[in-house]
Structure formats: structure tokens, C-alpha cells
Ligand binder design. Structure first.
Ligand SMILES: [Mn+2]
Length: 307
């Protein structure tokens, strides 16, 4: 059978198809709106109206999907095939009216609520980082105030009068969606005089002390609290991820960041997103391929927790 994205009869297992042909759904998962029997729904939110610098993240979900197909068989260093354990689908994208910006938060929230109400875990592909606000709102309604595990070059906690992709985590904290004291920001390297109570581990600290020490801090801060993992691709040094709107030199290497994600097995996750991939600034798909590797590790991390 060809085109696993439409012909698959089971939500489990892998297809054996070329990396370049057919419907390039996320990791060749079935492309469907049917949430019956689904463990994880991967969906895109192609927004780039809330950026402070270069736009283009509306093309992020498609770029990550295309790159993810090559990862279908490679789950190293995980000693299992995640698709034997988890029913993962590609749910497609969240649609919103870009001509009515004031309706976008509700569109994203309703998209998320529909999936969460079906008892399905969400892995969301951005889109600019602003999408995390509406996602957090939907997740907090289900799980209560959460810990945020936030990989980024930026704090995204600016107290500005207008909203953009650098303000939503302060708003989320003020609305009680996340608990700053039980949250951690990893890889920051831009100044913000206010921490607003978030625990911050700047990029030089992470690179100097390594993945193991960073994981120890994450576990200490988050503990047993439900956590939402949000990964801004600009957490990586631009050498590893140039294809993003607001790159900042001096970031994490791919090896260190992937090792941190791979070590989060003790954390109880409410949801995850991966944002800010902007293909127009990418070169040789270097950023999309790394983003697909992060998403692969997120799926494997969830599969490792499946009893
Ligand atoms: Mn950022």
C-alpha cells in the first residue's frame, strides 16, 4: 500500500515509503480528523502575525512535516519504535481568519479544546510563539495551573501594552495558567530586567554545566506538577537553526538540547509545542531537520512513558 497518510488501516506501525513522495504528513502518520483511539494528535498553527521581527513562521508546520518524514525509522537513542506504543495522527492545521486578528486566540483555543476534550495529547507545530498563549489556556482548563518548561533565546515575558510573541508568558502567568516559581526557562540570552518569578538558566550556564545538571534543575523546579513543554527553535544557536525570525548567537548546540529533552522521562506532561521555524531564512533545511528531530524526541519521550 502506498501513501500511508491516507491508506493506513491502523494508527500504529510504520510505512516504508520514499522520503520525498506522497502526502508528507508528520512522520507519515495518518492524516485525519478522527480522534477515536488516538493518543497524540500533531497539528500545526500556521501563524506569523504576532512577530516582532521577521515573519514567515506560517510556513513552519509544513516545513517540519516535510523534514519529519526522513525520521520515521530513526529513533536513536530510544530503544523502541514509538509507533508500536502510541497511536499518533497528523490532525492537520488550525484554521483561523488572518483578516480578523482579534478572533485568532479563540480559533486556536477552540482547536485545542476539541482535541483535549477527546482525551488526546497535543503536540503543536508553530507558527510564531504567540500560539502558546491560547494553547496554555486550553491545557490549563483541563490540568490546572501548570509548570512551563520553556526553551528559548528570549524570555517572552515583556510587560508591553500591545500583545506580540514576546509577551504571552507574562499574560499566562498573570491569568494563572502557569506558575512562574515552578517553571523554568532554558537557553535565554537576551536581557529582560524582570524575571517575574520564573527560574532562568541562561545559555552559557546550560552549555557550561551540561544536560545532566540542567535536567537536575528542571526536576527540582517542576517536581510532580503537570508541565507544558514549549520549545522555541531559536533556543538553538543560529549555526544549528538559522531559519527563524529572531535568531540570537551564543545558543545551545543540538546535542545538548536533544540530550535535555531525552532526559525528561520523569516529568508529567500536559502538552507540548515546537514553534518559530521560518523556512524562508533556512538553508539546506538545516532548521527544519533539527525541528523534526526535536519533535521525534518529543514523541519518543511520550512513548517511553506509556505503560
Ligand atoms: Mn524566541
Amino acid at each position: 500500500m502506498t501513501d500511508h497518510a491516507i491508506t493506513a488501516e491502523s494508527l500504529y506501525g510504520m510505512a516504508h515509503e520514499p522520503d520525498y513522495a506522497g502526502i508528507l504528513s508528520f512522520m507519515r502518520r495518518k492524516y485525519t480528523k478522527d480522534l477515536t483511539g488516538v493518543d497524540v494528535a500533531v497539528s500545526g498553527v500556521p501563524l506569523d502575525l504576532m512577530v516582532s521581527n521577521r515573519p514567515g513562521t506560517r510556513f513552519g508546520p509544513a516545513a517540519v512535516r516535510k523534514a519529519s518524514v526522513a525520521n520515521e525509522y530513526n529513533h536513536w537513542p530510544w530503544p523502541f519504535d514509538p509507533f508500536e506504543r502510541l497511536a499518533v495522527i497528523d490532525y492537520g492545521d488550525c484554521y483561523f481568519d488572518a483578516g480578523k486578528p482579534e478572533t485568532i486566540n479563540d480559533s486556536i483555543y477552540n482547536h485545542a479544546k476539541h482535541i483535549l476534550d477527546a482525551g488526546v495529547f497535543m503536540l503543536t507545530l508553530g507558527g510564531d510563539h504567540y500560539i502558546s498563549y491560547a494553547l496554555l489556556k486550553a491545557h490549563a482548563e483541563k490540568h490546572g495551573p501548570m509548570s512551563l518548561i520553556h526553551f528559548d533565546a528570549h524570555s517572552d515575558t515583556w510587560d508591553d501594552s500591545s500583545e506580540h510573541h514576546g509577551t504571552m508568558f507574562l499574560r499566562a502567568a498573570r491569568e494563572g495558567l502557569i506558575i512562574p516559581e515552578k517553571s523554568i526557562q532554558i537557553g535565554l540570552r537576551t536581557q529582560n530586567p524582570e524575571t517575574h518569578g520564573f527560574n532562568i538558566f541562561h545559555a552559557p550556564w546550560v552549555m557550561k554545566n551540561g544536560a545532566e545538571a540542567t535536567l537536575a534543575e528542571i526536576k527540582k523546579i517542576v517536581g510532580d506538577n503537570k508541565a507544558y513543554l514549549t520549545f522555541d527553535i531559536d533556543c538553538f544557536d543560529p549555526a544549528y537553526a538559522p531559519g527563524t525570525g529572531t535568531p540570537v548567537p551564543g545558543g545551545l548546540t543540538s546535542l545538548t538540547a536533544l540530550e535535555i529533552i531525552q532526559g525528561l522521562g520523569d516529568i508529567s506532561f500536559a502538552g507540548m509545542d515546537l514553534v518559530e521555524v521560518s523556512p524562508a531564512y533556512d538553508h539546506g533545511e538545516i532548521t527544519a531537520i533539527l525541528a523534526a528531530a526535536v519533535a521525534n524526541d518529543m514523541i519518543c519521550l511520550l512513548a517511553s512513558q506509556k505503560k
